[in-house]
Write a protein that binds this ligand. Structure first.
Ligand SMILES: NC(=O)c1ccc[n+]([C@@H]2O[C@H](COP(=O)([O-])OP(=O)(O)OC[C@H]3O[C@@H](n4cnc5c(N)ncnc54)[C@H](O)[C@@H]3O)[C@@H](O)[C@H]2O)c1
Length: 441
């Protein structure tokens, strides 16, 4: 179902009327395309206080291939990167205000602000307070900035800023249009070299569960665009749709119920050279309030959304099907963070995904050289959400900082960033693709 309100506010009379009524004014978001792969203007590089390692953020920005400018030259920057890594006290936070206050209004429509910080220290509570303060700062600025702009905090390891290259490339591009108010921790792990940033997955094999349609189809399309060889998996009942999607992408179709006892074996058999990217996207809802929920509705949701993910992940890691340098991306949901009326089963399964990712990520990296991350979509325009009753659907669309629903491609772009060989340092992260939803914010 198209977002008619977004269309209405894009017309002059509609804009006039909705402004008079004090209604939300969603800004049209620009997604990545070959014609417009980058932001529409320069990136302004600021420092707030003395950086933890002088010069390294400048070097990192220089690698991105974007025009980078200093304060005096940029009248309308499309991106602003603030190095706040050296802020270690409450009084030091004044430098953040001093850096951004004079320029925040000049950010272009649909612009990006990325604040760079470091991990709060367990030994120094003054540093920890100051660095944690950055989180409240970006989440608030994300809510007030408007005009389709986004704001994020990226925590880097001083001395290893280069590990954050794939992350900054993502956040400072149209690929992250519907991601805002997020905190991403990037470790100091050395990234793989990337020969071609337009085809970072070239030579890699990726499998996406539930990819006959919806978000999974978009994920498969974006991974194929990025050069991966694709295996599209979906239930046998969806085989016609699955084959159509797979044919369009030049992919292999695997008609398989992911809850089948031999699912992992059949996946392993389909990838004789191993798998580089595994995307657990298949998911179902069986909504009822707990008092009305029969045991089978509970069990099927836990089985598809969580238990099958645990089983196949374990078997494919243990059996060596996931190649070293591999990437696992699971699909959570903001319902798993905020909870949702009528979704105890679904929210439990999605919160379980978050637990799985956080626990497994360090071990998978140490033992198998594989990263494990999750996307947590908010309201995404799909057949699933088109079926939601009108008023709940409208609330889902508007109750976020960007005042609109996301598109399947927004979840796909975030997945593709996790999947990149250059994202070795992005591990154990749960990134919401929700336009900074007010739910669970
Ligand atoms: N649409 C949203 O707003 C939204 C929000 C948050 C999270 N999500 C999550 O994103 C994922 C994709 O959602 P969607 O909106 O594209 O849903 P969808 O229903 O359009 O697509 C899900 C796909 O998974 C497949 N599938 C279901 N059970 C399967 C099984 N046992 N084995 C193999 N395939 C199976 C379905 O056949 C379908 O093709 C799900 O995990 C969902 O929970 C969606």
């Amino acid at each position: 179902m198209a977002d008619r309100y977004l269309h209405l506010t894009g017309t002059a009379p509609g804009r006039f009327l909705t402004r008079r009524l004090g209604l939300p004014q969603p800004a049209p978001l620009r997604r990545w395309s070959l014609e417009t792969p980058t932001l529409d203007g320069p990136v302004l590089h600021l420092t707030a206080g003395e950086p933890a390692v002088p010069g390294e953020v400048g070097e990192l920005l220089a690698r991105l291939g974007l025009p980078v400018v200093e304060r005096e030259q940029a009248s309308r920057p499309a991106g602003i990167v603030v190095d706040a890594t050296g802020i270690a006290s409450a009084t030091g936070l004044a430098a953040l205000h001093a850096a951004l206050h004079p320029v925040v209004r000049s950010l272009a429509r649909g612009g990006r602000i990325v604040v760079l910080g470091t991990a709060p220290s367990p030994e120094d509570h003054h540093q920890a307070a100051a660095q944690q303060a950055l989180e409240g700062f970006v989440r608030s600025l994300g809510k007030e900035i408007g005009r389709g702009a986004t704001v994020q905090l990226v925590r880097i390891v001083p001395g290893a800023a280069a590990s954050a290259e794939s992350t900054l490339r993502f956040l400072l591009s149209p690929r992250s249009a519907y991601v805002s108010g997020q905190v991403v921790e990037v470790s100091g792990a050395a990234p793989d070299q990337v020969a071609d940033w337009f085809a970072p997955l070239s030579g890699r094999t990726a499998l996406v569960t539930g990819s006959a349609r919806g978000i999974g189809e978009a994920v498969a399309s974006v991974l194929a665009r990025d050069g991966a060889r694709l295996i599209c998996l979906d239930v046998p009942q969806a085989e016609d749709e699955l084959v159509r999607t797979a044919d369009r992408l030049g992919a292999t179709a695997l008609a398989l119920d992911i809850t089948a006892p031999d699912a992992a074996e059949r996946i392993a058999a389909a990838v004789p050279d191993g798998l580089d990217v595994l995307v657990h996207n298949a998911g179902i809802t069986r909504d009822r309030r707990l008092a009305n929920m029969a045991a089978d509705r509970w069990a099927s949701v836990i089985d598809v959304n969580l238990d099958s993910v645990l089983r196949t992940t374990d078997a494919l890691l243990k059996g060596g099907t996931l190649n070293r340098g591999g990437r696992i991306v699971a699909t959570a949901s903001i319902a798993g963070i905020a909870g949702n009326n009528g979704q105890t089963n679904y929210a439990a399964s999605k919160a379980g995904i978050i637990g799985l990712v956080r626990s497994l990520a360090p071990r998978a990296a140490a033992e198998h050289g594989v990263t494990v991350n999750a996307v947590a979509p908010g309201f995404i325009e799909t057949k699933m959400t088109a079926a939601v009753p009108l008023f709940i659907r409208e609330a889902g669309r508007r109750m976020n900082s960007l005042s609109q629903g996301g598109l399947p491609v927004d979840v796909a772009e975030t997945t593709a960033w996790f999947a990149q060989p250059a994202s070795t340092a992005v591990n154990g992260q749960v990134v919401r693709v929700c336009g900074q939803s007010l739910l669970g914010a």
